[in-house]
Design a binder for this molecule. Structure first.
Ligand SMILES: [Zn+2]
Length: 158
């Protein structure tokens, strides 16, 4: 991990260890990979936004998630290009492109190209479920609470 890279969210190794579970830490901070077909979002079709489990930055929308049958949740594009950063990874004896959260530098997974999936980009963002948190589209607590407060102002008379 490059030491002079600056992220919006910067924590010491000790702080990350305290915030994350050992499993989350191993993936997010040590670029580990969870076993295929066990991640909680592998086959999830829930509409919503996937955020970085380390810092909460929004990374992917469910609209770009597709059935890759590779064992990990797969997306054909990030929510926005500036949400992720790419690093060359030669760890397995071949060059892969590592995907990290641009907000905190945590490892998310890898992106592969030209595999022939029937998607708009022909890219597969192969992500670790444990690196992300899914916020379902149907539940937006903050917005709902806001609306409620305004529309029930009459209730203030009681
Ligand atoms: Zn992050």
């Amino acid at each position: 991990m490059s030491e002079n890279q600056t992220y919006a969210v910067t924590k010491t190794d000790q702080e990350w260890r305290e915030q994350l579970t050992p499993e989350e830490y191993a993936v997010l901070r040590q670029a580990g990979t969870e076993r295929p077909f066990v991640g909680e979002f592998t086959d999830t079709t829930t509409e919503g936004v996937y955020s970085c489990r380390a810092c909460g930055a929004e990374l992917f929308r469910s609209e770009t998630k597709f059935e890759s049958h590779c064992g990990w949740p797969s997306f054909y594009a990030p929510l926005a290009e500036d949400r992720v950063e790419y690093l060359e990874d030669k760890s397995l004896g071949r060059t892969r492109t590592e995907v990290r959260c641009a907000n905190c530098g945590s490892h998310l997974g890898h992106v592969f190209e030209g595999e022939g999936y029937d998607t708009p980009t022909d890219q597969r963002y192969c992500m670790n479920s444990i690196a992300m948190t899914l916020t379902p589209a149907a539940t937006k607590p903050a917005a709902a609470a806001d609306l409620g407060a305004k529309s029930t102002s009459v209730g203030g008379n009681f």
